[in-house]
Design a protein around this ligand. Sequence first.
Ligand code: HAM
Length: 425
Amino acid sequence: MIKQPRGTQDILPDRWAAWEHVYQAAETVAEGAGYGRIETPMFERTALFVHATGEHTDVNREMYTFQDRGGEELSLRPEGTASVVRAYFEHGMKVLAQPVKLYYLGSMFRYERPQAGRFREHHQFGCEAIGSEDALVDASLVTLQRDFYRRCSIPAVRIQVNSIGDGACRPAFIRELVAYLQAHRDKLCGQCRERIESNPLRVLDCKVPCCQPVLDAAPQMIDRLCDECRGHWHRFLAGVEAAGLTVSINRRLVRGLDYYTRTVWEFLPDAPGGAQSVLGGGGRYDALAEAIGAPATPGVGFSTGLERVLLNLVAGASQGRADHALDVFVVTHGMEAELQGLELLVKLWQAGVKADMAFDNRSLATQLRRAEAGHAGLALVIGERELETQMVGLRRLETRKQDDVPAAGVVDAVISIVRPKERDQ
Ligand code: HAM
C-alpha cells in the first residue's frame, strides 16, 4: 500500500481536541490584541522566499521547489512572513492605520531530517505587525507569544532576546566576525567552516561542543550596535520590563533567516527533561520589504510551531471537551426502518442536533454499543412496530426508560430534551 510521505502526519480525530485547544488559544490571543486573520497560498513564486529568507539559509535549501506545468518556478511555503508582507503590499494595506496586524495558522514545508518535533510539513501560528518601527511593538509581540503559551497551558518558558543590528552597523560587524572566525578556523566544526563565508552570523548559533570556546569569545553584534539600533534595543528592553516579562539576553542568538534586523527572540520550554527544541521565535524584519522589491517598510512578528506546542502541553490541558459527544443515536430494525432512520437523521442534523446512526443493518446490540461509544444520551428507536404506528421510541440511554413519541414531533421532542432553553425562547 502507498504510505504517507516521510515527515508528514495524519491528525486523527482522537488528537483533534488537543489541536483545537491550541488553535482556539491562538485565535483568542491574536484577535484579543487586534490581529486579523490572513490566509495566503500554500505556494508562492520561489523568488519571494529566496529574496526574503536569503539564498544561503537552511530554510532556502530545504524548500520544496518545483516547476508547474506552465513553467513557473514555485515553492511550497517554508514560512509565513514573506507571504504576509507580499500580501500587505499587493492589497494596498499601506494606506490603512499602521501597523497592520495580521495572524495566520497553517502548514509550512521544509525538507528537513524528520525527528521528534521536526517534520517536513509542520503547522505554525504566526503574528505580524507591519508598518511600525517602534520597539514597543516588538515587546508587545513577545508578550502576545508568551500569553499564547500560557493559554495553551505550557507550564514554563524561557525567553531569550538579542539585537542583531541593521544595514548601518551590521556589515562592519560581519567583516570583523569573518576575520575572527577565519583566524580560529581550525578549532571549528566542518559546518561552521563552510558557513564562515556564506552565512557567518549563523556560525554563532552552532551547538557543537568543540566550537563553543571560540564562539563564546567571538565579537558580538550587541556590543557594536549603531546609535539608532542601540536606542531601539533599550526601548525594547524598557517595553519588555513594562510588560512584566522576564527575558534573558543571549548575545549569540541570531535566528536562521536573513531578513531579521535589530530585535530577535526565541522561546524555549523550561521543563526539566522536556523537549528542548525551540518552541517559537520572532524578530524585526525592517529590510524584508525592500528585499522583495517593495518600498522600505518596517515589520516585526513571531511564529511558533504547533507540533512543538503540543509536545509541551501539560497532560490533560486539552481534555474535558465533552461537546463532541452526540446528542442522539438513531437505532433501527430492518431495511425499511433504516430508510426512515436516515430521513430522521437528516432532519435532526438540519435542526442542529448532533446525531448519528450505524447503517449496514447492524444488530441491535451493535447499534446500542455505537450509541454508547458516541456518548449519546438518547436513542431514537424505529422498528416494525414503530413503522406501523408512525411512532418513534425515545429511549434515555442512562435510565433505559423508553417512551413512544409521534414520528412527526420527534425532532421537537429531542430538542426539548437536549436544548430545553432554546425551545422555551
Ligand atoms: P522559524 O524559527 O524558522 O521562524 O520557525 C518558527 C517555528 O516553527 C520554530 O520555532 C518551530 O517551532 C517551528 N518549526 C520550524 N521548522 C519546523 C519543522 N521542520 N518541524 C516542526 N516545527 C518547525 C519563522 O518561520 C519566521 N517566519 C518567524 C517569524 C515571524 N519571524 C517574524 N515573523
